[in-house]
Structure formats: C-alpha cells, structure tokens
Ligand binder design. Structure first.
Ligand code: 13P
Ligand code: SF4
Length: 354
C-alpha cells in the first residue's frame, strides 16, 4: 500500500531533526513504507556488522525483529541505545528455543556422554539467552549467509554440533554444503523426554538439530516448486535455506536474503525467477527488476508475509523517531550485562569466521 504522505513527512522531519544521532537499519523483509527511511538495508549478518560499525550514532533504530535488535545492542557500545519501533515484533522461530529447554537438552547430552564432544551453533534467529548459552559452551552464532563456515569451524572444535533453533537451516547446510547424509542428523524435540531420542541415537549423530522452524518459509512445499516449473517454463527456483529440505533439494539456488538480491542483480535480461522467501522482499524485487525484463514471481500461490516483521509499520516508525527527537527514549532493547558478555563471545566468533 502507498504510504500516507503526512506520515512520510513526519518521519522525514523527525529524522532530519535527529541528524547523525540516529541510524536506521532495515531488514530486507520490512515494508516499503519503512525501508524508504533505512540508512542501510541488509540480511541479518550485514545488519549485525553495520550496527557494530556506527559508534557515533546515539540511537540505532532497528526495523526488523527482536532478536536482531538484541544482537545490535550486544554489538554496540554501552552508550548507544537500540530501539525497536514495536516491541511485539518477535520471531516465532526464535521463541521455539527457551533457555530452560536448552539447558535441559545439554543435561541430556551430558547423560549420553557426548556434551564434551558437542559444539553448539546457534542461528542468529534466537534470543540473547540462547546466544549466551552458545558462547558459554564454546560455540558460535551463524546466519544463513555463513552457516557453512560456522559448521566448518565447529567441526574443527568438536565431533558433533548441536544446531539451534532452525532444523531446516541446520539440515540443509549439513547435507547440501557439507556432504553429510540425512542419517547423520537427528532431531531433538524439546517437548519430549530426552528430546525423543535414545542415548544411542544421540551418540550416532553428527548433527543434533533442534526442532524449530520458520512458519513463513515452512509454507513452501515440493508442490510449490513443481507447480511453478510447470506454470513458468524455464524458471530458476531460488529459495532461502529456512525452507524445508525437499524444497531446497529441488531448488536451483539457495541463499540468504542478501544472496537472493545479488543473484537477481547479476541475472541476465529475459531470465525468469521464482523466489521462496518473504513476500515484501519478493514484491519489491519484482517491481525493481520489471524494467530490466527479469520476470520475478513468488514461489507459492498463497500470500506469505512474516507477520512480526510487518508489525514495524510507518506509524510505529514515526512514533519512535518523533519520541527520540523530543528526547524520549522509547522501546529500548537492552540485554543484561551477564547475558551480554557470553552472547558477545558467540557473536564475535561468528564475526571472526574466515
Ligand atoms: P537473512 O536475512 O539473514 O537471510 O534471514 C532471514 C530471516 O528469516 C530473518 O528473520
Ligand atoms: Fe522469524 Fe521466519 Fe519471520 Fe524470519 S521470516 S523473522 S525466521 S518468523
């Protein structure tokens, strides 16, 4: 929907008033009405790095979801304040692993005699508590753009990986990029005693995958891929690695949101693409490349926004910017010091990956 001109004007005025004091980060899944005000757009990795590279900005307004704002707070200085325009912008996947559940899982691995051999690798899409657990146990964070490098690193440190919380990214990276087989992976279900696994199954696995997933990317199926190949002859299928394994296995290209954009920028005129990721991004890309004669369609027939990403809308952004311009610090995301110190270890290991 086109943005309300009054709100656009108010956002512009408030942002101008704040000047260099504010830096606005926008994830690629954000609405157009919000993205137009971002100083930088990116995937989760790029935004984490960019947040850390702006020590002069007093306020970092994060147009994205809660775990991204937490990570930005961890990576910025104590004087910098990270603001999330709507506190209800969470991530259902990140909520699928709680600190208590993960501590319990570690006890199960300890009982099975494999905790010492296991390195936790946690997807960026997790709470600061999970990142702190990861740092404390010698592990690293990864995003969809460096998951293979994170796993390479982890398998130099230990024999097994506990991958949290996205089973699909873990499985897809292990099988597609690391040459493991599906049998090397087991799924730990936090809602079952011992994760629903025997000690023997745990000891036999290389990858212990947490039973979490993204409900947005979970909507794409093998049928979506087969249907679009029939509907659009010659189409290239390009999907995010949060999609299910059978979807990723049937796709032509797989990568993070930033990778998806770069791939389309480099694509020749006349090429056709079906994209399996969040719809705000796919629509924006379809519009952007229409002039260059690149046909871009959404992988599925149903509409598929990330409802929590969409919570950050122009009214919330205007409210946050106007409040800051008036000297009211609203919606600050602040991770406590103890959690921050361990979570930072894990994030810094990621930033140092080769
Ligand atoms: P990337 O932008 O890192 O590919 O992540 C996608 C995502 O789901 C963020 O929530
Ligand atoms: Fe979380 Fe999925 Fe939304 Fe990303 S797209 S923020 S993983 S629910």
């Amino acid at each position: 929907s086109p943005s309300d001109p009054d709100l656009v004007e108010r956002a512009r005025t408030a942002k101008e008033k704040l000047g260099n004091k504010v830096f606005i980060l926008g994830h690629h899944y954000q609405r157009d009405e919000v993205i137009q005000f971002a100083d930088v757009t990116g995937d989760s990795f790029k935004l984490a790095r960019d947040a850390a590279a702006r020590p002069e900005a007093e306020y970092i307004v994060f147009c994205g979801v809660h775990f991204m704002a937490e990570s930005a707070d961890i990576l910025t200085t104590d004087d910098q304040k990270v603001v999330l325009p709507d506190l209800a912008a969470g991530c259902s996947m990140a909520d699928m692993a709680t600190a208590e559940q993960v501590a319990e899982c570690w006890d199960v691995l300890t009982e099975a005699g494999i905790a010492d051999l296991t390195v936790p690798v946690s997807y960026m899409n997790s709470s600061a508590d999970i990142k702190a657990f990861t740092g404390k146990h010698g592990g690293t964070i990864c995003t969809s753009s460096n998951a293979k490098r994170a796993l390479d690193w982890a398998f130099e440190q230990g024999e097994k990986v506990l991958f949290l919380p996205d089973q699909h990214l873990g499985r897809n990276t292990a099988v597609r990029d690391m040459g493991m087989s599906l049998d090397d992976c087991v799924v730990y279900n936090p809602h079952k005693p011992n994760g629903g696994l025997t000690a023997e199954e745990l000891r036999g696995a290389k990858m212990i995958l947490w039973r979490g997933h993204c409900s947005v990317h979970g909507r794409f199926s093998l049928d979506s891929v087969n249907d679009v190949r029939e509907r659009v002859p010659g189409v290239n299928v390009l999907v995010h690695p949060e999609c299910r394994h059978e979807v990723v296995a049937a796709a032509d290209y797989v990568g993070s949101t930033e990778y998806i954009i770069k791939t389309l920028e480099a694509a020749p005129a006349g090429s056709k693409w079906a994209i399996g990721t969040e719809l705000n991004l796919v629509r924006r890309l379809a519009n952007r490349f229409a002039d260059e004669d690149k046909e871009i369609v959404f992988l599925d027939k149903t509409v598929c926004f990330c409802s929590t990403m969409n919570r950050i809308d122009l009214p919330h952004l205007v409210w946050a910017l106007e409040s800051l311009a008036e000297g009211n610090l609203v919606n600050r995301i602040q991770v406590d010091r103890e959690t921050e110190s361990f979570a930072k270890l894990a994030l810094e290991r990621m930033l140092a990956l080769p």
